[in-house]
Design a protein around this ligand. Sequence first.
Ligand code: NAD
Ligand code: TDX
Length: 362
Amino acid sequence: MKRNILVTGGAGFIGANFVRHMLESSDETRVVVLDSLTYAGNLENLSGLDEGRLKFVKGDITDSAVVDALFVDEKIDAVVNFAAESHVDRSILGPKAFIETNIMGTFVLLEAARKTWTSPEALKSCRFVHVSTDEVYGSLGDTGYFTEETPFSPNSPYSASKASSDHLVRAYFHTYGLPVLTTNCSNNYGPYQFPEKLIPLMVLNALDGKSLPVYGDGKNVRDWLYVTDHCKAIEAVLDKGRTGETYNIGGRCEMQNIEIVKLVCKEVDSLIEFDEGLSLRYPYEKPRETLIKYVTDRPGHDRRYAIDCDKIERELGWKPEVTFEEGMKKTIEWYVTERAWWEKILSGEYLKYYDAQYGNRG
Ligand code: NAD
Ligand code: TDX
């Protein structure tokens, strides 16, 4: 079946991995990326792709004139909404952009779909997948899992804005019969992740012998999923999910932050051991673990996330395939090979932000 998928936020981390995956997965798919290229959006994430089946539009999801026109002009029959402000620490420093993009932006997209997909055929064949997070459920104690029935209890401006958008999506199904589906996923990692998030930040700092800032006691737990597994899950939801439903997606891979940071240190140490100083030019030669620094905790820091993904496994036959060990090897290798990608990011404007935020921590 030929289809025109609007991928919002397609120049970001998961969005770009998803565009790559979808163009490989089916010749019948044409992708239109709508992305405003915030600090987190990077056109290089989409380089080398088949331009015949990919169109990039620089624009904001809160701009209804742009979004409405795209739906009509590009004959959009599926939406996957990744566009968001995605970093919890930034939402604590400045929540406004989170409210605007994550809530108002989702509203504009839903309205465009409601106005365009009016015929019974469209309502049957079109799909609107909203990509959300497990953080909407709040924090777990030492036991238990988030299911699709867990009540929302968001604790950061980021998760509150995502929870709000999830509620809007739900309402458009019940009120207007819009063919929507929502996914709530755990922490992703892999290529193209912006180096403000835990894993790439630690990899880059370990490579270059910089301080490794661990918040609080380092024992907060996240459930990790390799990004291509997330992309496959979204594809399954897009193709086979039941409209009006939400699907939890997780890696069944709970790790304490400090375990991850220590693992990164070991991997980077061993890389350097085998490199014989030829291509890796990292100055620091002591074990990387000595770089770990416990710093002031994140305000309202959720203690533990863990996803029960029985529903998507049972109904759609998806399950995580990449083990954490494999995923971390691939990820570290990618950041070692793609030094030019991240050095560009860490230069200039972003560096100023980075120093302002983390300078007093390291
Ligand atoms: P990201 O920050 O790497 O990318 C976000 C992209 O959205 C960027 O390309 C940015 O330019 C774009 N964008 C931001 N505001 C926009 C606007 N107003 N209009 C158009 N484009 C805009 O984020 P990510 O980590 O790839 O996350 C993608 C989605 O997945 C988000 O909705 C996030 O909430 C969700 N999610 C992320 C994770 C994770 O671990 N990263 C886990 C679960 C869910
Ligand atoms: O320098 C750090 N030190 C540290 O200890 C950073 C950046 C993070 N942390 C901790 C905080 C968290 O417990 O590591 C954990 C992971 O932090 P982030 O990478 O900021 O991710 P998190 O806050 O868990 O949110 C991520 O997963 C869910 C994504 O950023 C969200 O977009 C997604 O919804």
